[in-house]
Design a protein around this ligand. Structure first.
Ligand code: S3P
Length: 166
């Protein structure tokens, strides 16, 4: 059975797809993203799956997408930011080389709200980000073999730090 060289986890907006593609280039390998796999297989956007069927249904699809990608893909694999919430998905990551791209709350607010076009959609983004990070940080750390902080770093710098760390 083949296995990815590197699995990327971390919160939305941390740069998993940008860094994942840079890592794949540097390693001369392919890049795959379970969010994209789900959209392709379902023929609809992730937001639609959430709205129509709820988060539980999305997590079930995500678990299968992670299982398939781990079995099929040799290269760099990025998971959705909430994939670690599912205990079965976390168990699938045992024995893999998992890089957790981390960022602090202020960096998350800057990247996802302050630099975004529609800041008013977020009612209290700092509080929401704090709660999300508190709920998930230990799960990212549980599955990670390496943690790479992204705060204040360019995607190229993060990619180099990940390569140095694995
Ligand atoms: C989610 C993150 C998203 C996507 C979905 C749910 C989350 O992936 O899987 O919208 O719960 O954090 P990205 O981290 O690639 O944005």
């Amino acid at each position: 059975m083949s296995a990815p060289l590197i699995v990327l986890v971390g919160p939305m907006g941390v740069g998993k797809s940008t860094v994942g593609q840079l890592l794949a280039e540097r390693l001369g390998t392919g890049y795959r993203d379970t969010d994209e796999d789900i959209v392709t297989a379902q023929g609809r956007a992730i937001a639609e799956i959430f709205v129509d069927e709820g988060e539980g249904a999305f997590r079930a699809l995500e678990k299968e997408a992670v299982r398939n990608a781990l079995a099929e893909h040799e290269g760099v694999l990025a998971l959705g930011g909430g994939a670690v919430l599912d205990a079965d998905t976390r168990a699938l990551l045992a024995g893999q080389r998992v890089v957790y791209l981390s960022m602090d709350v202020e960096e998350a607010v800057r990247r996802t709200v302050l630099n975004a076009a529609r800041p008013l959609l977020a009612v209290n983004p700092r509080k929401q980000w704090r709660e999300l990070m508190e709920a998930r940080r230990h799960l990212y750390e549980e599955v990670a073999t390496v943690v790479v902080a992204t705060d204040g770093r360019t995607p190229e710098e993060v990619t180099q730090a990940a390569l140095d760390a694995v």
